[in-house]
Each structure stands twice: as C-alpha cells, then as structure tokens.
Design a protein around this ligand. Structure first.
Ligand SMILES: [Ca+2]
Ligand SMILES: [Ca+2]
Ligand SMILES: [Ca+2]
Length: 125
C-alpha cells in the first residue's frame, strides 16, 4: 500500500454473526498502538485507514489483530490477524558512508594508480 495522504483506505473487513438481537450485534476493534484506525462503514463492514504517514524505512510491515466481539451474554469474540506491507517510495537521496574523504597520491604516479575508494548507500529498496 501507499499512504501519502495519511487517510487512504486500505482494506474493508466484513463481519457476520448469525445470532439475533444483541447476541448478533458486533463491535470491531484493533490494537491502539498502531498507525491505523478501523472505521465502521455500512452495516457489518469496517474500513481500515491509516491515521498518519507511514515510513517504510522505519517499519515495513504491520500485523494488525482485528477483534470482533458480540454484545450477547456472555460476550463472544473472534480475532483475525492481517498483515499490511508498506510499499517503497523513493524518498531518500543516496548518502556517502563518510562525510568527508581525504586521499593522497604520490607525485610522478603511473597511469591508473589506485588512489582509494568511496561508497554510498540508499535506504530505499
Ligand atoms: Ca521513508
Ligand atoms: Ca532513493
Ligand atoms: Ca522509501
């Protein structure tokens, strides 16, 4: 998924419970420490949305446990875990592994004399 605007809908979950009355009414929730919200849409449907911008270089994968509980007595619940993979956007410039390099070379050198090497990395995938 991509989440540039922070509110992108990423998944709809359908819930059903064959009991009647409160025994068949359901409440759905996810863990609170995740950058996602589960919003009720039409009856028995919930929409999973992001509530902040995600950063693949910090967290590339989330496991979201969706808990659905009925309002009967006793309350019965079912849990389901879904995995959200954050796809990469090219949002990092390459960087050199050292902030400065000083190399020395003797004068009167021969052609193609090896002086040293530099390296750079890019945290995007
Ligand atoms: Ca990023
Ligand atoms: Ca890059
Ligand atoms: Ca990236």
């Amino acid at each position: 998924m991509e989440a540039r605007d922070g509110k992108e809908s990423i998944r709809r979950q359908s819930i059903s419970d064959p009991d009647s009355g409160d025994n068949g009414k359901t409440v759905c929730s996810i863990q609170e420490d995740l950058p996602f919200l589960l919003k009720p849409s039409v009856e028995n449907f919930y929409t999973l949305v992001t509530n902040t911008a995600l950063d693949r270089e910090t967290t590339a994968e989330y496991n979201i446990t969706i808990t659905v509980t009925d309002l009967g007595t006793p309350r019965l619940k079912t849990q389901h875990t879904i995995t959200v993979l954050v796809s990469d956007v090219n949002d990092n410039a390459p960087t050199f592994t050292q902030s400065s390099y000083t190399l020395s070379v003797p004068e009167n050198n021969s052609p193609a004399l090896h002086i040293g090497s530099v390296s750079a990395t890019d945290s995007d995938s």
